[in-house]
Design a protein around this ligand. Structure first.
Ligand SMILES: [Zn+2]
Length: 413
């Protein structure tokens, strides 16, 4: 078994797209569904796949499929996504797609003849950066979201999905569940840069995923009394910004107490968006809108975490003479990847670490309808969705090697 043939090394592949979609304002990359950068990546993926002898097809939901062997029952899917968050890193998404191409190139160069069809997949709008719904391509395909709702989605510029799709050349009335394609897929494996520091201390470049944490979003509304910043005494205030600050600290403390990944327990609480109304420097706000992102291992644990946070938020708001309201905006239960496939991967790879992840992925969406698995590649910074996301050339190479080994096992009967 050799490493990838000339021209198909993972570092070379990623190097070819290193200048596509750079974001000069934020740093890193902004590659959003159907924008010029994302289209350029689609063209690159198509050309690279065709030069490898794969047959490329764009499905009705704009996911791209590069087939090795005639598409049919028992297909093994492998891939990830090409789009990014605003100002994202170079690895989140493209590493999985390019690693799949590199692994297939190595197998073809070795004369491997698969007993089953293989498809390298690039799923569309995984980050939800343009239309606000993560894993849009895989959710449409599996029926996880209603096509009518998707057609009506708008991007930050007010363009509807319907118009953006039509302009791209996709029939907006044709989007939706794709049961025939799903039925042909026997399993899906997604390689991804690790989003976290789990592998940094484990002396291993690659891990197998156990599952994805349950996660949801809650809207927090703190209501106080708007007033003059100079004329209102400190004792006479009902300042919702102060209430929100205290509540956010409480939420972080509660999650911190429960988050113990070393013992298999995960609890995450984040407030990353805060909007004081009216938002003036010399004005005590009358209201603060904030959003809580919370994650946990199970439905029960996540619900208990949010209930404890909600109670603390109300208490802290009351301490500052304010009211707090908590409204659920979205919730997704935990994903457990197929245990049989997971065990097959870990034994094939000689027992790498098995890690849970707090991030959502297309493999998590597909897990509801077919066996899926994930491989993570070490990220020494532990940072993702940022220009500081990183993986070494050697670790990326180890990721390709692992994917090649796993795929080789899955496509020979
Ligand atoms: Zn990703």
């Amino acid at each position: 078994m050799r490493t990838s043939p000339p021209g198909w090394d993972i570092t070379e592949l990623l190097g070819e797209i290193a200048d596509t979609g750079r974001d000069s304002a934020r740093g890193g990359y902004s590659r959003h569904l159907f924008d010029p950068a994302e289209r350029s990546l689609r063209t690159w993926f198509t050309a690279r796949s065709e030069s490898l002898g794969l047959d490329v097809e764009v499905d009705k939901n704009s996911n791209i499929w590069a087939h090795w062997g005639k598409p049919g029952p028992g297909t093994i899917g492998v891939g990830s996504h090409l789009d990014s968050v605003p100002g994202g890193g170079a690895f989140d998404g493209p590493l999985g797609v390019a690693s799949a191409l590199s692994a297939v190139a190595a197998m073809r160069a070795d004369g491997v003849r698969p007993d089953r069809p293989v498809a390298v997949v690039a799923f569309a709008e995984e980050e939800g950066s343009r239309f606000g719904i993560a894993c849009l391509g895989s959710k449409l395909m599996t029926g996880g979201i209603a096509p009518d709702a998707v057609r009506a989605l708008t991007d930050p510029g007010g363009v509807t999905f319907r118009d953006a799709a039509a302009e791209f050349g996709l029939d907006p009335d044709g989007i939706g569940p794709d049961p025939d394609r799903l039925a042909r897929l026997a399993a899906f494996v997604e390689l991804h840069v690790e989003q976290g520091r789990g592998l940094v201390d484990m002396d291993s470049p690659v891990a197998v995923a156990s599952g994805i944490l349950a996660h949801g979003r809650w809207r927090l509304t703190f209501t106080g009394e708007g007033n003059h910043a100079g004329a209102t005494t400190m004792a006479g205030r009902r300042d919702p910004v102060v209430a929100a600050a205290s509540a956010i600290l409480a939420a972080a403390e509660i999650a911190e107490k429960l988050d113990d990944p070393g013992h298999g327990s995960h609890a995450r609480a984040t407030v990353g968006r805060l909007v004081p109304v009216p938002g003036g420097t010399n004005v005590i706000a009358s209201r603060v809108d904030a959003w809580l992102d919370a994650r946990g291992d199970t439905d029960e644990a996540t619900r208990a975490l949010v209930a404890e946070i909600a109670s603390a938020i109300r208490g802290r708001a009351a301490e500052h003479g304010c009211d707090a309201e908590i409204t659920e905006e979205s919730y997704s239960g935990p994903v457990a990847f197929d245990p049989g496939l997971r065990d097959q991967l870990t034994s094939t790879l000689g027992g790498p670490p098995v890690l849970a992840t707090g991030a959502g992925h297309d493999a998590g969406v597909l897990a509801s309808v077919l066996p899926t698995a994930m491989l993570f590649v070490r990220n020494p910074t532990g940072v993702s969705h940022s220009p500081h996301e990183w993986a070494s050339d050697a670790d990326c190479g180890a990721g390709v090697q692992s994917l090649r080994t796993v795929l080789g096992k899955m496509i020979t009967r």
